[in-house]
Design a protein around this ligand. Structure first.
Ligand code: PEP
Length: 250
C-alpha cells in the first residue's frame, strides 16, 4: 500500500468559481497522479470540488476543520456526519492556524480525531513546533507531546486511517523551509513513536507529510527523504502552475 500523498490547503482563499477552475485545472494538467492528491478546500466548496474529483481516480477532498460535537447549537460549524454524508474523504485537524487563532489544543483535537474516525473520515493531523522551541532544541519533545496527546488514545485500527503532517510553524507561509535533513529527522522520530506505540507494521505504512513552504523548487529534494511521504502545501497549492510540479515531484 502506497504511503504517498500531496495535499493542498487552500485556507481562506478562492471563491467557488476560482476553486472549481483550480481543481479542474490541476486534474487536467496532472492527469492520473502516481500519488494520492487531496484538495483541502473552504467549506462552501466541499461538495462542488467533490463533484469535480468524482470521476478522477487518485483525487480526494478534505475539509479544513470540523466541530467535535455531533450536532446542535454551534452556529457556523460543521459536524463529522455532515462531511461524511457529503462524501468528504479527509479532514485537516490541528493546523497551527487553528491552534493559534482558535485556541485549539491537543485534547480538543483528539476529540475531533475520534469523531472524524467514527464518521469514516480520515484525519490529516498537523503537528509542529514554533521557532523559539526549535531554537531551544526542544522540537522533538514538543512534537512528541502533541502526537501522544492527540493520537495515542487511538486503537490500532483507528491509527491506520490517520495521516500525520509535520509542519514546523516557523516554515508555514514564511518562505523558509525546513532542510530536507531537519524534515527527515523529525519524520523518523514520529515514525519511531508510532512504532513504539502501535507496532512496526503500522509505522511502516503510516503516511507522514511535510508542510512548510513546499514549492516546485524544493519539493523533489524534500520528498526524496526516506520518511517524507509527501507534502501538505499551502501557498503553492493555489495555482496549477505551482501545484502540478509538486504533485509530479512525488
Ligand atoms: C500550510 O498551511 O499547511 C502550509 C504548509 O502553508 P505553506 O505551504 O504556505 O507554508
Amino acid at each position: 500500500m502506497s504511503r504517498t500523498m500531496v495535499a493542498g490547503n487552500w485556507k481562506m482563499n478562492t471563491t467557488p468559481t476560482e476553486g472549481k477552475a483550480l481543481a479542474e485545472g490541476v486534474i487536467a494538467a496532472a492527469g492520473t497522479p502516481s500519488t494520492k492528491v487531496v484538495f483541502g478546500v473552504p467549506a462552501i466548496q466541499l461538495m462542488q470540488v467533490k463533484a469535480v474529483t468524482a470521476a478522477s481516480p487518485g483525487y480526494f477532498v478534505a475539509a479544513q476543520n470540523m466541530h467535535h460535537e455531533d450536532k446542535g447549537a454551534y452556529t457556523g460549524e460543521l459536524s463529522a456526519s455532515m462531511l461524511a454524508d457529503a462524501g468528504i474523504d479527509y479532514v485537516i485537524l490541528g493546523h497551527s492556524e487553528r491552534r493559534e487563532y482558535f485556541n485549539e489544543d491537543d485534547s480538543l483535537i483528539n476529540t475531533k480525531v475520534l469523531k472524524a474516525l467514527a464518521a469514516g473520515i480520515k484525519p490529516i493531523y498537523c503537528c509542529g513546533e514554533k521557532l523559539n522551541v526549535r531554537e531551544a532544541g526542544n522540537h522533538e519533545m514538543v512534537v512528541s507531546k502533541q502526537i501522544e496527546e492527540a493520537l495515542f488514545s487511538l486503537s490500532r485500527d483507528q491509527i491506520k486511517e490517520v495521516v500525520i503532517a509535520y509542519e514546523p510553524v516557523w516554515a508555514i507561509g514564511t518562505g523558509v523551509t525546513a532542510s530536507p535533513q531537519q524534515a527527515q529527522d523529525m519524520h523518523a522520530h514520529i515514525r519511531r513513536m508510532i512504532d513504539n506505540q502501535f507496532g512496526s507494521e503500522i509505522a511502516a505504512n503510516v503516511t507522514i507529510l511535510y508542510g512548510g513552504s513546499v514549492k516546485p523548487a524544493n519539493a523533489e529534494e524534500i520528498f526524496g527523504m526516506p520518511d517524507v511521504d509527501g507534502g501538505l502545501v499551502g501557498g503553492a497549492s493555489l495555482s496549477v502552475e505551482n501545484f502540478v510540479p509538486i504533485i509530479k515531484a512525488r
